[in-house]
Design a protein. Structure first.
Length: 213
């Protein structure tokens, strides 16, 4: 069986920067720990819906058409991954802008300026150069991917979709095409409708979605 667009697939993956061999993302907890990744990350196989932007578009294109149950290695050039470095996203700033926020800038420090995350590259003579490009921009990447199985259970589909697309850990209940999830917090009705419409689009067997509270 081959993976198709809109299929829900359970998979494992590891992303590696080719020139340095650094692991920057993985579903393998032990590898994540040995690679110095955030220990609070959620590890284990992920359930993704192909073609919905839950993985890099370049990676999704390579997965579509591959045999489910097999393992693969893919290489992605920057234009298929996180893009090339944009010189316009490298900004020269006055160090006083950081001192006003009680920040002592140093090379490698991640900072947020105007709701945009960047990395301090140099600090010299009261001048700070901050790179707002993704740390992975301009990098050639290798992904090791195992397509474990196609997921047909609507409850698992909905749980996986809410987790990866909206960052919500839910325990869906589905009966006769009517689904219900409890997100434990209030949400704008317009956002609820947007989520409901999207879920019904990617999981057509769900005809109605109620989001509580």
């Amino acid at each position: 069986m081959k993976a198709k667009e809109r299929d829900f697939i359970e998979l494992e993956y590891t992303g590696i920067i080719i020139d340095s061999g650094i692991v920057f993302d993985t579903t393998d907890k032990e590898l994540g720990a040995s690679s110095g990744l955030d220990p609070d990350m959620i590890y284990g196989p992920a359930i993704i819906c192909l073609g919905q932007g839950q993985l890099l578009p370049g990676l999704e294109k390579l997965i579509i058409g591959k045999d489910i149950g097999e393992s693969y290695e893919f290489e992605l050039a920057p234009h298929d991954a996180f893009g090339k470095k944009d010189p316009k996203k490298i900004r020269l700033m006055n160090i006083n802008a950081f001192k006003r926020e009680d920040i002592n800038p140093s090379p490698g420090l991640q900072v947020t300026v105007d709701n945009e995350m960047g990395t301090v590259k140099t600090v010299s003579g009261g001048r700070v150069i901050v790179d707002f490009n993704s740390p992975l921009s301009g990098k050639d990447l290798r992904y090791k991917v195992k397509l474990i199985k196609k997921v047909d259970d609507d409850t698992l589909k909905l749980k996986g979709y809410m987790k990866l697309s909206f960052g919500m850990d839910t325990e869906p209940k589905i009966t006769d095409g009517k689904a219900e999830i409890d997100i434990k917090k209030e949400m704008d009705p317009k956002i609820k409708k947007m989520i409901s419409d999207k879920v019904k689009e990617v999981i057509p067997t769900i005809k109605e979605l109620t989001i509580k509270p």
